[in-house]
Design a protein around this ligand. Structure first.
Ligand SMILES: [Zn+2]
Length: 314
């Protein structure tokens, strides 16, 4: 059974993504969480760090984060001065997927696709009950596959990417295109806008319903491609946008996927919302530390963690 002993959230203000400052704040939050958990520092197995974008976990480097516009940040060196625990680095796609494997909808399943819907979009893949990383830890960058040829520009430099329509900024753009003056739009605040959209759907607001339907239509078409390509047992909609938009998004995705997927793989695939009641990225990052401790026994600070095996039994 999973018990969260303590948690703390800190918002990054726009422009507040300087790596050194972020690392300092992370270190302070880790220290406060350890105190509040009352577990004692000696019992902390490690700290998992999840950063968006491409991650070189062996070298501890955030190689490329399109949403933050950064290249080659030596992420594990920055907080290492201040955090006296072994550190494990990866990105939200892998973190969400490991959380689903240990505690969520992929638990006890052979194969799953975890669709991470946040500011960025991507998928985590499991194969035979373990995490599939790909040759350079980059598997699952589905958010930057083309959904609409010559479509919306994407911050990766391409056009018409899945993420440009189904990530939080893309959903905001859809809402703006449908109703530029909509009171649901909160400029520069994607979290508040997605929240207002969810509340609008619950209240039967026509614009909100249309915006979510439009998002689900595109997401469903993309997921149908994953169903055909991968033939997994379950597709899990995870992360904060999926959690906030919930059942209306899921219903729309199921409806939208059907005409685009082949019948046989679709019938074998369940499309579900993540059942994890807490932030799956934080939970997954913490699980990396647990895996590291179980794998090595003597987890050295910043040491290259053992590969994720992640094979809990149901
Ligand atoms: Zn892109």
């Amino acid at each position: 059974m999973l018990i969260v002993l303590a948690r703390a959230d800190e918002e990054l203000r726009p422009g507040g993504t300087d790596p050194l400052r972020v690392a300092g704040r992370v270190a302070a939050v880790v220290a406060s969480v350890v105190v509040r958990a009352g577990a004692g520092a000696a019992r902390v197995l490690g700290v998992g760090v999840s950063v968006p974008g491409q991650v070189d976990r062996e070298a501890g480097v955030a190689a490329y984060a399109p949403n933050l516009g950064r290249h080659d940040v030596p992420l594990l060196d920055l907080p290492a001065e201040h955090i006296p625990y072994p550190l494990y680095l990866d990105n939200p796609l892998r973190a969400c997927t490991v959380a689903e494997l240990w505690f969520g909808a992929a638990r006890g399943r052979e194969d799953a696709v975890v669709v991470n819907l946040g500011t960025g979009v991507g998928v985590g893949l499991t194969l035979g009950g373990g995490l599939h990383r790909g040759i350079s830890n980059s598997a699952g960058e589905w958010g930057h596959t083309t959904l609409v040829p010559a479509g919306r520009p994407c911050h990766c430099g391409g056009h018409g990417c899945v993420e440009a329509y189904t990530g939080a900024p893309g959903i905001m753009r859809t809402l703006r295109e449908l109703a530029p003056e909509s009171p649901l739009l909160r400029p520069d605040d994607q979290t508040a806008t997605i929240g207002a959209l969810a509340d609008g759907v619950a209240a039967g607001d026509a614009v909100a319903l249309q915006a979510v339907e439009e998002t689900a239509r595109r997401l469903g078409a993309g997921i149908a491609g994953l169903v055909n390509l991968l033939n997994r047992e379950v597709v899990v909609l995870s992360s904060w946008v999926a959690a906030r938009l919930g059942e209306p998004l899921l219903d729309g995705v199921r409806r939208a996927a059907a005409p685009h997927a082949l019948r046989r793989p679709l019938e074998a695939t369940e499309i579900v919302l993540s059942p994890i009641p807490t932030d799956p990225v934080s939970l997954g990052a913490a699980t990396f530390a647990l895996e590291g401790a179980l794998g090595s026994g003597t987890a050295a600070r910043r040491a290259a963690p053992t590969r994720s095996r992640t094979a809990p039994t149901a």
